[in-house]
Write a protein that binds this ligand. Structure first.
Ligand code: COA
Length: 260
């Protein structure tokens, strides 16, 4: 039986989703995009899951891009569908109501960087390389790269990465605001575990409120965004978690959040 292109495994409340095509540097073909969408739908639906880690199998790559071999033969209408398929996945991740951490263990190029950018936080090994090299294939990014990189790192960095197509190292990516943290490769697993544990122990409804407010606020006028934030803020006062968090502070103990 051929092994699945996407693996899901749980450790406590943390679900790790792994793109599992290491012999192709985890390149995203249509079947892998679909499997990832299914994996994120399942993570969203499972109340036991409080945080998601997304990574790539093998020592070399997070994801080295969309699958060039599959793309090479596409006709324009099929390419449009492929782009839409990728964009649907990225949007699903970005709008998930649970935090998603990209653990970037190597190359994150093209669709790989687009996938990482759809996640809410990014931690990279110091050996990772990121870029939007589509220009070298006579192509442009098609899974949201021109738009998310622009919002994440601004116009100058986006133009540089997309027009020149050269990968940059993780430290430069951090300087540009593309990744949140860079750690020695040998420490990536432990550091990602620490972050994911912190997220999994946080108040789930407050995490959701933050993710929703930031997603809404990124796409509307500030008055509308502020209005949404206020509504979410008020809503938090109906949760047990808010009572627990404030009470635990006053009692000088650690809170235990139940997600209610
Ligand atoms: N799509 C399809 N296959 C890919 C791929 C991609 N994006 N990236 C890597 N692979 C495959 C290679 O074809 C090779 O397969 P093979 O062993 O069957 O020939 C395998 O993965 C290993 O890659 P290889 O190129 O031999 O590794 P490397 O260490 O020499 O180079 C990279 C690594 C990442 C620099 C190089 O693979 C690369 O440039 N990949 C494409 C990056 C890209 O342009 N991404 C954007 C796509 S839109």
């Amino acid at each position: 039986m051929s092994e699945s292109a996407v693996l899901s495994a749980d450790q406590g409340a943390i679900r790790t989703i792994t793109v599992n095509r290491p012999d192709k540097l985890n390149a995203l073909n249509a079947a892998t995009l679909d499997a990832l969408l299914g994996a994120f739908d399942a993570a969203a639906a499972d109340p036991a899951v409080r945080a998601v880690v997304l990574t790539g199998a093998g020592p070399k790559a997070f994801v080295a891009g969309a699958d060039i071999a599959e793309m090479a033969g596409l006709r324009p209408a099929e390419a449009r569908d492929f782009s839409l398929r990728g964009q649907r996945l990225m949007r699903r991740i970005e709008t998930l109501s649970k935090p998603v951490l990209a653990k970037m263990n190597g190359f994150a190029l093209g669709g790989g960087l687009e996938l990482a950018m759809a996640c809410h936080l990014r931690i990279a090994a110091d050996t990772a390389k990121v870029g939007q090299p589509e220009i070298n294939l006579g192509l442009i990014p098609g899974f949201g790269g021109t738009q998310r990189l622009l919002r994440l790192a601004g116009r100058a960095a986006t133009l540089e990465l997309c027009l020149l197509g050269a990968p940059i190292d993780a430290t430069r990516a951090q300087q540009l605001g593309i990744v949140n943290r860079v750690v020695p490769a040998a420490e990536l697993d432990a550091e990602a575990d620490k972050l994911a544990t912190q997220l999994a122990n946080a108040a789930p409804l407050a995490l959701r409120g933050i993710l929703d407010a930031i997603n809404v606020g990124g796409e509307c006028a500030i008055e509308e965004g502020l209005h949404y934030e206020t509504a979410q803020f008020g809503l938090m006062f109906s949760t047990d978690d808010m009572r627990e968090g404030t009470q635990a502070f006053l009692e000088r103990r650690k809170p235990a959040f139940a997600g209610r």
